[in-house]
Ligand binder design. Structure first.
Ligand code: LMR
Ligand code: MN
Length: 406
């Protein structure tokens, strides 16, 4: 019952606000309400409530840690990484023997793009507890993705994953362990890691290893363009291919500056550049000014132009190029390649899962790039294609509207 007199109510409220448990419950209630109302202001109140709890005297340590976790989670969601790090640094100083606090501080640094700081902290944790699974997989992840120290990364990731500790069974760690193994020539071991990832439920299949998925979408490496709902778009691309090619060639002869080398570390050897026209469902106006005909044509294909999980781009590849086997981020798109300049021969190839195909000028190849694919070009002269991503045909209008951009 709520006390009737204001004095009693004030005393009750003070007691309540002095109670750590009550604050925790209040913090949770505020978080839930914030989520339901999609309100950052309420989430901010939840943060203050949880944070206050971490600063109250005499609170049992387990509750401090729970509250700290929730504060950090919410601050990360709000994008306030600086504040998260500040709180976490204080807590680490106060409870230096609680290694999970240090691990979480490292994750915050990692999320801020400060891999070096994260690394230092994780190494510190491993000095204290060499078998700490969380620290092992995170340190391995950084060494793989930022430093290309594959050998060391492999050993850390393997050891960390084997612990099965909370937080280690995560697609990213299987993904990069397999990738590091494949890139160092251990293909069959990579496949075993992917198989384990499938068994742990982090991948759809050994070949389909995208991590941002909508479950239940039809999944096959190669698609026949003319039997999809987009066949009309593919007919248009194929009938207008020469105009598209000529626009790209004119551009290449005048100004190659907007063609950018690929930045995700996918290229093993050679020379591979791309000019993006659409990305994340938006037209890139400056680049489209350089290729107006192609962009206008794409505008008439809303499932490509507005595909928030894809791109439209010219892709230029020179002889001597090898693109490592890799997997796209999402199963929500299908990737069309329209051949524009394709030297004849079998030395220029695209493998998707276990089938290899070759481009042809004026023809569309259609594949699902959430399946592992690999490209090599050992032909005599440049290869040029237009890449057009379309929403996966089975997505609903509501899904296309609400899926986050990639
Ligand atoms: C890819 O989409 O990863 C490659 O196929 C790109 C390309 O230009 O071949
Ligand atoms: Mn790719």
């Amino acid at each position: 019952m709520f006390p009737k007199s204001p004095e009693k109510a004030a005393i009750a409220a003070r007691k309540l606000s002095a109670s750590p448990r009550a604050n925790y419950v209040l913090g949770e209630a505020l978080s839930k309400l914030a989520e339901a109302r999609r309100s950052n202001a309420l989430l901010e109140q939840a943060v203050t409530t949880f944070q206050k709890l971490t600063e109250m005297p005499g609170v049992p340590q387990a509750l401090v840690l729970k509250a700290a976790n929730r504060t950090v989670e919410n601050l990360r969601f709000l994008g306030q990484m600086g504040r998260a790090v500040q709180l976490q640094t204080k807590l680490v100083a106060r409870l230096p023997y609680v290694l999970s606090l240090q691990n979480q501080l490292a994750v915050s640094y990692l999320m801020m793009g400060q891999g070096k700081r994260a690394k230092t902290i994780l190494k510190q944790v491993l000095k204290e507890r060499p078998e700490d699974g969380f620290a092992l997989v995170h340190l391995g992840f950084i060494l793989k993705t930022e430093d290309q120290e594959y050998k060391e990364a492999i050993s850390l990731l393997q050891k960390g994953l084997a612990t099965r500790e909370p937080g280690v069974v995560d697609g990213r760690f299987y993904f990069h362990l397999g990738d590091a193994l494949a890139r160092t020539g251990h293909n069959s071991q990579a496949m075993e890691v992917y198989q384990e990832g499938v068994e742990q439920g982090v991948f759809n299949s050994v070949y389909q290893r995208s991590l941002y998925n909508v479950q239940g979408l039809k999944a096959q490496p190669w698609w026949d363009p003319m039997t999809t709902t987009y066949r009309e778009s593919f007919r248009i691309l194929e009938s207008r291919w020469k105009e598209i090619r000529d626009e790209a060639l004119a551009l290449l002869s005048q100004d190659q500056s907007r063609f950018r080398p690929e930045t995700e570390g996918l290229q093993d050897t050679g020379d591979w550049k791309q000019l993006e026209l659409f990305a994340r469902g938006m037209k890139l106006t400056k680049n489209c000014q350089k290729a107006p005909k192609t962009c206008t044509l794409i505008e008439f294909m809303p499932d490509a132009a507005r595909c928030k999980r894809g791109q439209v781009k010219f892709s230029l590849m020179n002889p001597g190029t090898h693109v490592w086997a890799h997997t796209g981020p999402t199963n929500c798109r299908l990737r069309a390649h329209l051949g524009l300049v394709v030297p004849p021969g079998e030395e220029i190839a695209l493998r998707v899962a276990n089938t290899t195909r070759h481009w042809q000028e004026g023809k569309v190849l259609l594949f699902d790039d959430s399946f592992e694919h690999e490209v090599w070009h050992h032909g005599p002269s440049m290869r040029l294609v237009l890449i057009v991503d379309f929403w996966h045909p089975e997505l609903t209008a509501a899904q296309k509207r609400t899926l986050s951009p990639i």
